[in-house]
Design a protein around this ligand. Sequence first.
Ligand SMILES: [Ca+2]
Length: 130
Amino acid sequence: MRRLLTTMGLVAVLLTGLAVNAAPASAAPPNNACPYYHLCFWRDTHYQGPTRDFYYCGFEDLWGLPWLRTVWGDVDNDTSSLVNNQTSGTTSVFWDVEGGRASLSQHSYGYRDNLVIDGWNDRISYILVC
Ligand SMILES: [Ca+2]
């Protein structure tokens, strides 16, 4: 038992050290920011600004697709944060056609609060939902 407690103490110290040295964790979205079974995009980082969400699995071309509740701008090359709250265990894929067809993926449940940090700010043009 004493050995187990010592081991647990060592693990706790190591985890504490990791937490101090790790990069700032991505901030989770507010509750209900993205409904279950949806993939949600925001124009700005940290889930701010106009939004758009995708319910159906499949391919989407974002060119010309307007942000909701705004009078101008479209989703193409403008997404700065996202939440994947699609069916658990699925993965959505995002492409930047201007950037040499690079792709980024995000499993569900998961989120990216700041695509600037990921090197993906305002780059997503095509998506495969789920
Ligand atoms: Ca943006």
